[in-house]
Design a protein around this ligand. Sequence first.
Ligand SMILES: NC(=O)c1ccc[n+]([C@@H]2O[C@H](COP(=O)([O-])OP(=O)(O)OC[C@H]3O[C@@H](n4cnc5c(N)ncnc54)[C@H](OP(=O)(O)O)[C@@H]3O)[C@@H](O)[C@H]2O)c1
Length: 230
Amino acid sequence: MNRPYIICHMVVSLDGKVTGDFLCRPACEKATEIYYDINRTVSSAGFICGRVTMESSFTGGWYPDLSAYAPVESKADFVPDYLSGFYAVAFDTRGRLGWQSNRIIDDDPGYGNAQIIEILSENVDARYLGYLQSMGIPYVFAGKEAIDVDTALVKLKALFDIQTLLLEGGSILNGAFQKAGVIDELSLVVAPLTADACDKPLFMDSELREHCLASVESKDGILVLKYKKV
Ligand SMILES: NC(=O)c1ccc[n+]([C@@H]2O[C@H](COP(=O)([O-])OP(=O)(O)OC[C@H]3O[C@@H](n4cnc5c(N)ncnc54)[C@H](OP(=O)(O)O)[C@@H]3O)[C@@H](O)[C@H]2O)c1
C-alpha cells in the first residue's frame, strides 16, 4: 500500500454522533477513559485530526502575529532532518492553527510530545510557512485550494515512512476520509447516551461501504467495536 493504514478511532453515542455535550456527561466518562487507553496502546505512528479538533483539543485558538515572519514563497514541502516517528498530523487547509511548540504539549503519553506535521493547501499565507519553518514544524502541500486526502496520505508514507495512523476526528475530516475510501479499520467506543439532534455524525459526508466485524468487547459495561474494510 502506498499510504498509511488508517484506523478511525472515535467515541460514538448510541445514535452514532461524535460531537456535542454528550461527550462531557458523567455517563460518557468511562467510554472516554477506554478511548484514551486504546489510543495509548494501539501500535501506530500517531494520530490525524481536522483543524477544528486540533484547535479545541490542543491550540485553544491561539495564532501567531504573522507580521513577525519572513514570507516563504516556495510551495516545496518542508521536511526537517530530525523526525521523531511519533506524529500529530493536522489537516489545516489555510494554515489557521497556531502552535507554540513543534510538539504536542499534553500529559497523556498517547498525545504528548508528538511531532506536529501540518498538511496544507497552496492557499496559505506565505508568512505562515515562515512561521512553521522558524518553529521547526514540518509541512506538506496536498492540493491547490483544498486538501486532497489521497495526496496527503501518499506523502505521509513517502516522506515520513508512516505505516499506520489513527484518524481521530472530527466528523468533517472523518467524512472526507470515508468518501476517499481510505479508512481501513473502525474502532468505535460506544458511550451509553444519545446525543442532541444538532450534534454531528461519525461521518459528516459518506458513501455506502461494507465493513466486517473484527471484534466486540465489553469493558466495564462499555462496548468496543472493531470493523475492517471489506
Ligand atoms: N467523539 C470523538 O471521539 C471525537 C474525537 C475528536 C473530535 N471530536 C469532536 O469533533 C468536533 C470537531 O469536529 P468537526 O467535524 O467540527 O471538525 P474537524 O473534522 O475536526 O475539522 C474539520 C476541518 O478540517 C479542515 N480540513 C482540512 N482538510 C480537510 C478535508 N480534506 N476535508 C474536510 N475538512 C478538512 C477544515 O477546516 P479548514 O478549512 O479551516 O482547514 C474543516 O472544516 C470537536 O468539537 C470535538 O469535540 C470528537
